[in-house]
Design a protein around this ligand. Structure first.
Ligand SMILES: [Fe+2]
Length: 350
């Protein structure tokens, strides 16, 4: 059997990874959901989201139980959705309120609803067993860099890609890629050979790279370090299956008391077997015009998206059993691969 560098089997295809269902995933930024019908495919299921007149977010299966037209093709009537094929109307609780061709709506006719929790500027969805949908399982705000004293948090953008979400976790967990894929972007050339350590926890893995010199104009502009000799810690912590947090700690080498830190939470949500979403946000303890920097960040995120979509295509075209040669830098990513695999298997056991 093939072995990975940390001793486990290397037979899980990263482009075919399954997804645990009993878990909160970000379905949308709060600002994306309003009084129009938003369709999104999540964990392979079509979902329609909107807000009630009071402002509560709602998620229903986006399919009329009558003849399968997406409800998102219909219209909102108060807090209900009317399918615009034969006019059936469903309330925010999914229950059918009206079948225009019948005097009363049939008892028991309903579309499935999904539990949602709105926290900070995200809407989290639970698509597994609703009885297990405990909001306490949502990653805590401090972990995500939110609500920290002295930090300002802001959303960036949603990046959707035609790639399995495992590929995205592995991209974020192997930061040697920043040297080659994002030259003069997230790295000035030294990340690939920087010393690193991997810490394993029950529910997360943390990769810390220590970059002694960094001359990336992008990094310097963001942290305001142009002309300053500094030391940079680039840290990815991944909480399978739904969250990555990337932190940067930049310290002035001539004055170690001068430190700047950014904490960027990236919830990741599977759309389907070869499709995912990344909901990028950031939080930092120094003044920064996030809005103004977004266009530059978007370009760098698209470099990742384009590579991951190409990798997905290779696996789709050439099969899931392609040989992969893993190296030491892959340790954290391989841990995440196995962890998610185990989570999926645990749910599949009778
Ligand atoms: Fe990247």
């Amino acid at each position: 059997m093939k072995r990975d560098p940390v001793g486990g089997p290397a037979t899980i295809c990263p482009a075919k990874q399954g997804y645990p269902r009993n878990c909160w995933y970000v379905a949308a930024f709060s600002a994306e959901v309003g009084r129009t019908l938003l369709r999104r495919t999540l964990l392979g299921e079509p979902v329609v989201m909107y807000r009630t007149e009071r402002g509560d977010p709602i998620a229903l299966v986006d399919r009329c139980p009558h003849r399968a037209l997406p409800l998102s093709q219909g219209r909102l009537e108060g807090d209900a959705v009317r399918c615009m094929y034969h006019g059936m109307k469903f309330g925010a609780d999914g229950v059918c309120l009206e079948v225009p061709s019948l005097p009363t709506a049939p008892k028991g006719l309903a579309v499935r609803t999904f539990p949602l929790v709105e926290q900070w500027k995200w809407i989290w969805i639970w698509m597994g067993d609703p009885a297990q949908a405990d909001p306490a399982l949502i990653p805590d705000s401090h972990t995500m860099g939110l609500n920290r004293p002295g930090f300002t948090a802001a959303t960036r953008f949603m990046c959707e890609m035609q790639a399995n979400y495992q590929l995205l976790h592995e991209n974020l967990l192997d930061t040697t890629h920043v040297t080659y894929l994002h030259p003069n972007g997230f790295d000035g050339g030294n990340a690939v050979s920087a010393s690193f350590k991997v810490d394993y926890f029950d529910n997360s893995v943390r990769l810390t790279r220590e970059i002694q010199e960094d001359s990336s104009p992008f990094v310097n502009r963001f942290f305001g370090t142009t002309g300053v000799a500094y030391h940079r810690l680039l840290i990815t912590e991944t909480f399978p299956p739904n969250l990555n947090v990337i932190s940067n700690v930049v310290t002035d080498r001539s004055d170690p008391s001068r430190t700047k830190m950014s904490v960027s939470p990236f919830p990741v949500t599977p759309g389907g077997p070869g499709h995912c979403y990344q909901f990028a946000a950031t939080s930092m303890n120094f003044p920064c015009d996030v809005e103004a920097e977004n266009a530059a960040f978007w370009k760098l995120f698209c470099q990742d998206r384009d590579v991951l979509e190409k990798i997905q295509k290779v696996f789709d075209e050439q099969g899931p059993d392609l040989p992969e040669y893993s190296v030491r830098a892959d340790q954290a990513a391989l841990w995440c691969r196995r962890k998610i695999f185990e989570m999926v298997n645990a749910e599949e056991k009778p």
